[in-house]
Design a protein around this ligand. Sequence first.
Ligand code: GRF
Length: 195
Amino acid sequence: MNLGFLASGRGSNLQAVIDACKSGRLLATPRVVISNNSASGALERARREGIPAYHLSSHTHGEGLDEAILQTLQRHEVELVVLVGYMKKLGPRTLAAYRNRIVNIHPALLPKFGGQGMYGMNVHKAVIEAGERESGATIHLVDEEYDHGAILAQTRVPVLPDDTPQTLAQRVLEREHAFLVETLGKIISGEIRLD
Ligand code: GRF
């Protein structure tokens, strides 16, 4: 299956998927990486791996951004779009063309701790402040709202009594990498159905 990625930051989840494709653990081909951040680790990783990488943002494309993203995905024959730390909402054209073909990974157990402002350390800080005993990661379908579409899979990690947002973030992130690869494998094999 041809995969397309959107990412804003470091790109460690992207790298986990690329590595799994290279080793044959995941029967998929990373076709393109798009980022709104020209300095993102995700674009750097893609270029290092020889995967087409594009900086597309409201600064570079203004009102045409949605169309530019859609055309880039289609030009590279992307079948499944994976948001790996993408900090922006997708536009209506891309959402319509790839309805039920876009997934996101979120570093908490949705529907709690998601939505506007719930990204990065904010998520883990909120989990600790709420006194949760467990956190984890969620992979879900993407729709018009942040962290909102149907939940496809979740994984859990403990929240330890002396956790800081940083230590919890690290525990969740380490789990995310294998979880994302495993879940994409289930989507590709049809074990997890998207519609
Ligand atoms: C991950 O925690 C993911 O769940 C969230 O953004 C983070 C991206 O990390 N959506 P990385 O860029 O893959 O290292």
